[in-house]
Design a protein around this ligand. Structure first.
Ligand code: ZN
Ligand code: FE
Ligand code: FE
Ligand code: ZN
Length: 266
């Protein structure tokens, strides 16, 4: 049984990852993966929006780096994608980005709640201290629901990112998951099993098993992603992710080519 595709990895253009796409691809081949996809942090309309993404003027360079990896490792399917931040009001910008290159898929991620707080940024822990964790989770899932509803994305990234620092609400979050996953099912978008959570304080794959169980009940398809920011992280903990997915009943995951979905057994 071959490992599923690793559809979430970064490049140095985002300013907080190391290793060129060819290095990630080499590692994937060494692990016996047959398919990967690059999904680096997309540019924003304002160049100084934050300091953890490529600049707009680097988009062609990004695509060229992925093409070089494709040329160097013809035995590996290498997809071209972006991890795009969803912010309400950015829809036209995201549509314009989509038209600029022959992308295979977009991962829609919510890192920002409100306009200026990226909740997973370790430099902004002070923001967490100002708020009740449940309020953060509510705002996050409201925005994630809008992201799914927007139909701009094939995949929704790390669906319970607010657990990253292991700050968890006392309240039951099931209704938040339900609403988001109803939107995902309606829009036909997948969620990813992102193993980066295992490397953070929460020590858990994104999303949690309870969220994934609801996703399965609602027929929301899945993908797998390491969210590698260095070549050694490619395919990391995929055995754990596969067993989590199987445990809730999944037997298939998605691959994407030119924004068309195909289901593959894993
Ligand atoms: Zn990143
Ligand atoms: Fe992300
Ligand atoms: Fe990522
Ligand atoms: Zn990410």
């Amino acid at each position: 049984m071959s490992l599923p595709a690793d559809l979430h990895m970064h490049t140095p253009l985002c300013r907080h990852a190391t290793g060129e796409p060819v290095d990630y691809a080499r590692q994937a081949v060494a692990l016996g993966l047959t398919e990967i996809g690059f999904s680096d942090h997309s540019p924003m309309p304002q160049e100084d929006f934050d300091n953890w993404r490529m600049f707009d003027r680097q988009l062609d360079e990004y695509v060229a780096k992925v093409w070089l990896a494709q040329k160097t490792f013809p035995q590996l399917a290498i997809r071209l994608a972006l991890e795009v931040d969803y912010l309400p009001g950015h829809e036209d910008w995201i549509r314009a980005l989509a038209a600029r290159h022959p992308w295979d898929y977009f991962i829609g991620s919510v890192h920002y709640i409100g306009d200026a707080w990226d909740i997973d940024n370790p430099a902004k822990m002070s923001e967490w201290k100002k708020r009740n964790p449940f309020e953060v989770w509510q705002s996050y899932f409201e925005r994630l629901t809008l992201a799914a509803d927007s139909k701009l994305f094939e995949i929704i990234g790390h669906a319970d990112l607010p657990k990253k620092f292991n700050i968890r609400p006392q309240q039951d979050c099931t209704p938040l998951y339900e609403k988001f996953l109803t939107a995902a099912a309606r829009a036909g978008c997948a969620i990813e099993l992102n193993t980066a959570g295992l490397r953070k304080e929460c020590r858990e794959i994104y999303p949690s098993r309870p969220l994934l169980q609801i996703a399965f009940q609602k027929n929301v398809p899945i993908t797998f992603g390491s969210d590698a920011h260095t070549p050694a992280e490619v395919g990391m903990n995929f055995a754990d992710a596969v067993s989590l997915a199987r445990g809730v009943g999944y037997t298939e995951s998605c691959r994407f080519k030119q924004r068309q979905r195909e289901l593959v057994k894993f």
